[in-house]
Write a protein that binds this ligand. Structure first.
Ligand SMILES: *Cc1c(COP(=O)(O)O)cnc(C)c1O
Length: 387
């Protein structure tokens, strides 16, 4: 089955008693059993299993070409479940250009509990090789990264992980399974903030994990049930509904992303543009090898690096809304230094290239002309001020 067909049909069956084509919202905490020790169809309690969540977990597994899917109350709780498979003294190697919340979870929650993290630039895999010891248990990669859209070669990283018998998990939130399937490239585990493109309508917070390993799935399902960070049946319904249009939305995000990136790239007030579809983007060749498209995430910096100008620009936007998050149908604009990445110390931010004028756009699926025009007028307001 091809992607669009899977997005709509995988894991989803008409409801058997009425034929309802949409998976019902099974808003129930428990299930009546047929007799002592005889639950119907394996459903006993909704933290463990819920019939709105099960089709969603199967659907996500199918989209990532994996065997097992698991849903969580947020992307962070999905990541948290992975961290809980580790023990004090275990080492994690993570990419240095990482989602701020993941960095915070690892350094502020798990490091005090005894996990030993190392953050390395994974653009050069020699850095990963150099960081591996006999205690390394997990490699955590994000590609494209947030917000600089740095690229890591997943297949090559997977070879390094296999050679040293270390688990590789890829945060595939930015790419989505429509554009990239890390399991096919050798990763053991895929993590998603389903809050973003998968849900696609900025109305659900949810996370997911997909793996083809029975053993890993069993371990993670045990943690999912024991710790209980599960999504509600209503949110699972919304997620199933959102995913049905993922392929259509992603195509439009990309068309609009291209228009915005090209406009910015030709503007003399703009310094750097980060869009993985630009042939000049670092890692563009790897992108073409491991992804099926470029998506709609675009970041850029201003010439002169003036925080006042960046602020003025962002506050002058009319179609792009100022806000955290990404991947919804509406265009959003974020300031990583003060919003999503505020938990990373300033020196470390600058060292990673997260300048104070860096603006991240989640280009939505509106009309491209209106988006480009919005950016044009907002940039004009700063040229007027400085003139
Ligand atoms: C948003 C995000 C997360 C965290 O997910 P939540 O659903 O917000 O908990 C993790 N990784 C990336 C890349 C994200 O964008």
């Amino acid at each position: 089955m091809k992607f669009g067909t899977k997005a709509i049909h995988a894991g989803v069956e008409p409801e058997p008693t009425t034929g309802a084509i949409m998976t019902p919202i099974f808003q129930t905490s428990t299930y009546v059993q047929e007799g002592l020790g005889k639950p119907r169809q394996g459903y006993e309690y909704s933290r463990t299993k819920n019939p709105t969540r099960t089709p969603l977990e199967s659907n996500l597994a199918a989209l990532e070409n994996g065997k097992h899917g698991l849903c969580f109350a947020s992307g962070m709780s999905a990541t948290d479940a992975v961290m809980k498979t580790l023990k004090p003294g275990d080492e994690i190697i993570a990419c240095n250009d990482i989602y701020g919340g993941t960095y915070r979870l690892i350094t502020k929650v798990y490091e005090p509990l005894g996990l030993k993290p190392k953050f390395v630039a994974m653009g050069d895999l020699a850095n990963v090789e150099a960081a591996i010891t006999s205690n390394t248990k997990l490699i955590w990669a994000e590609t494209p990264t947030n917000p600089l859209l740095s690229i890591i070669d997943i297949a090559e990283l997977a070879k390094v992980a296999k050679k040293h018998n270390v688990l590789l998990c890829v945060d595939n939130t930015f790419a989505t399974p429509y554009l990239q399937n890390p399991l096919d490239l050798g990763a053991d585990l895929v993590m998603h903030s389903a809050t973003k493109y998968l849900g696609g309508h900025s109305d659900v917070v949810m996370g997911a994990l997909v793996t083809s390993s029975d053993e890993l799935h069993e371990q993670l399902a045990f943690i999912q049930n024991s710790c209980g960070a599960v999504p509600s049946p209503n949110d699972c319904f919304l997620m199933l509904r959102g995913i049905k249009t993922l392929h259509i939305r992603m195509d439009r995000h990309e068309l609009n992303g291209k228009a915005v990136a090209e406009f910015l790239n030709n503007h003399d007030k703009v310094d750097k543009v980060y869009w993985i579809g630009l042939p000049s983007h670092k890692g563009h060749d790897i992108v073409k090898k491991q992804m099926r498209g470029f998506g709609g995430m675009v970041s850029f910096t201003l010439k002169g690096n003036s925080m006042d100008e960046a602020k003025q620009l962002m506050e002058s936007l009319k179609v792009f809304a100022l806000g955290e998050s990404l991947g919804g149908v509406e265009s959003l604009c974020t300031h990583p230094a003060t919003m999503t990445h505020a938990s990373i110390p300033e020196e470390e931010r600058e060292a990673r290239g997260l300048k104070q004028t860096l603006i991240r756009l989640s280009v939505g699926i509106e009309d491209a002309d209106d988006l480009v025009e919005d950016l044009r007028q907002a940039i004009e307001t700063i040229t007027r001020v400085t003139a």
